[in-house]
Ligand binder design. Structure first.
Ligand code: F6P
Length: 505
């Protein structure tokens, strides 16, 4: 890697004169075909972004200087890409793409997981109708998103994912459950996360108070630390391990995905893995200019670092995908919200954009005013599906899609008026991601696309996307407050503790 050579390409990208989207469409007649990519039942359209040929050249050169191809090989071959934690990042091995040994290990873990799914379905735990999954961050967001998106109609189990330590969350979830027919899943890579441990204990108490003779006998643990789960009281036969080298926010492919496998059935879970595997192959094999995760990362870097956009917004024009923005917030911001490079030097430019978003068409009546006329530049991403899920009149889906496409067109075209309050500047960028349908294969591919895009962003910035030390200090201080410890807090914090908890130092 050469800092000076990379800087030259950043400067080159910055010095490309800004051209409007309208101009780019006129000047580049092949723009639509060049900047659209189709893979695994997903159509990606980057044409309504300011990626010009010059920008693509500069970022292509930057990718080469930053060693993207080598970094990608290192990722897939199980090298220690997570240097600060001395680990590989082997989430793709979970879907059959990676070092042979890691793939084999993942398959062994999956077959153990499958046997447990079969046992649950065969009634080994008695009649199970409710699945209570406790976990937080990467141990909750992926399963929650997928079960919410795909498990609604599966009708196999009623699944609740509880993450927040606020007791109101657990109380609400169990209010609709019968403890006698509930299976408790404890999902935690480390099996030490305080929120999850407390929620798990309270769930066990709820089962006990509900007359379950052996609540621990109804627990399944998904973890990379089986010995800690055993210490907690989970029987070894009901522990589904996964590899330490699978990061928390990349773990839904591992046993952390158990509620997905239960909600969709094993075939559905496998189809999801296959969809992701297809996107892995696309990322590995396609040249830069046809590679969806790479092009998406170029879009991110262009707006974050050339146009200085601080945020990016994702709108799911599909109710089934309503949890996508929350899922992406952790993936993108926990991965790339860093200030230093892999070498420990200041990164020197904006890293992760702030990811936010919502659901269309609701968001049109809430936040789109700012997108169309506000002073912030916000690259927007629309995610929609051609096929609806509901049985109502197709008019609903037609309206939904028409609105989605109209918003992208309006952001780009704008409209002039003599009245400044009624003028739209236009030239506002958007990306469209159109799925043939929302099914396990397509969502597997979509999530893998986002994972790889996050990785490419990190490579371009020279940072490690696989650690998350930024979350530790707050945990440490909470631990000190909890222990009534030695740490002397500031006057403001002391007053808050004293006022709310009646505790003084
Ligand atoms: O707080 C951050 C974090 O470490 C995430 O990266 C992780 O997904 C989450 O906590 C939960 O951790 P665990 O799975 O170990 O309970």
């Amino acid at each position: 890697m050469s800092d000076a050579r990379a800087e030259k390409e950043w400067t080159r990208a910055q010095s490309v004169p800004a051209q409007s989207l309208e101009h780019l469409f006129k000047a580049e007649p092949d723009r639509l075909s060049r900047l659209t990519v189709e893979e695994a039942g997903i159509y990606f359209d980057f044409s309504k972004t300011h990626l010009s040929r010059e920008i693509l050249d500069a970022f292509g050169a930057l990718a080469e200087i930053q060693g993207l191809a080598g970094a990608r090989d290192a990722l897939f071959s199980g090298q220690l890409v997570n240097v600060t934690e001395g680990r590989a990042a082997e989430h793709s091995a979970e879907r059959g793409q990676g070092a042979a040994q890691s793939v084999q290990r993942a398959q062994e873990f999956h077959s153990r997981m499958r046997s447990l799914v079969d046992a649950i379905e065969a009634g080994v735990f008695g009649e199970i109708r409710h699945i209570l999954h406790v976990g937080i961050g990467g141990s909750a967001l992926g399963p929650d998103f997928l079960v919410d998106a795909l498990g609604r109609d599966a009708g196999r189990y009623d699944v609740a994912v509880v993450s927040n330590v606020d007791g109101a969350a657990l109380e609400e979830a169990v209010s609709r459950f019968d403890p006698q027919t509930t299976l408790l899943l404890i999902a935690s890579k480390t099996f030490t996360t305080s929120e999850t441990m407390l929620n798990a204990r309270s769930a066990l108490t709820w089962m006990e108070e509900g007359g379950v003779a052996d609540p621990y006998g109804r627990v399944v643990a998904m973890t990379a630390s089986p010995e800690t789960a055993i210490e907690f009281g989970v029987d070894e036969t009901r522990i589904l391990p996964f590899s330490e080298s699978v990061g928390g926010r990349y773990s839904l492919w591992s046993s952390i995905g158990l509620p997905v496998a239960l909600a969709l059935g094993w075939d559905g879970f496998e189809t999801m893995l296959e969809g992701a595997s297809g996107m892995d192959r696309h990322f590995r094999l396609q040249p830069i200019e046809r590679n969806a995760p790479v092009l998406a990362a170029f879009v991110d870097r262009y707006y974050a670092n050339v146009r200085k956009a601080e945020t990016r917004a994702v709108f799911a024009y599909d109710e089934r995908l309503r949890l996508l923005p929350s899922y992406l917030q952790q993936l993108e911001m926990e991965s790339n919200g860093k200030s230093v490079t892999i070498e420990g030097k200041p990164v020197g430019r904006a890293s992760a954009q702030i990811t936010w978003g919502g659901v269309g068409t609701d968001a049109q009546h809430a936040v789109f005013q700012l997108l169309h006329q506000g002073t912030h530049l916000v690259p927007v991403e629309f995610v929609a599906a051609i096929e609806p899920e509901h049985g109502l009149d197709f008019a609903h889906h037609r309206q939904l899609l028409i609105n989605c496409f109209a918003q992208g067109a309006a952001l780009m075209a704008g409209k002039q008026s003599d009245d400044p309050a009624r003028s739209y500047s236009g030239d506002r960028p958007s990306t469209s991601i159109l799925l043939d349908r929302v099914d396990p294969g397509a969502l597997g591919a979509l999530i893998a696309f986002y994972e790889h895009r996050t990785f490419v962003n990190a490579v371009l910035l020279g940072i490690n996307p696989f650690d998350q030390f930024g979350v530790e200090l707050g945990k440490e201080i909470a631990g000190s407050i909890d222990a009534g410890g030695e740490v002397r807090f500031d006057a403001s914090t002391r007053a808050l503790i004293s006022r709310a908890l009646g505790e003084t130092e």
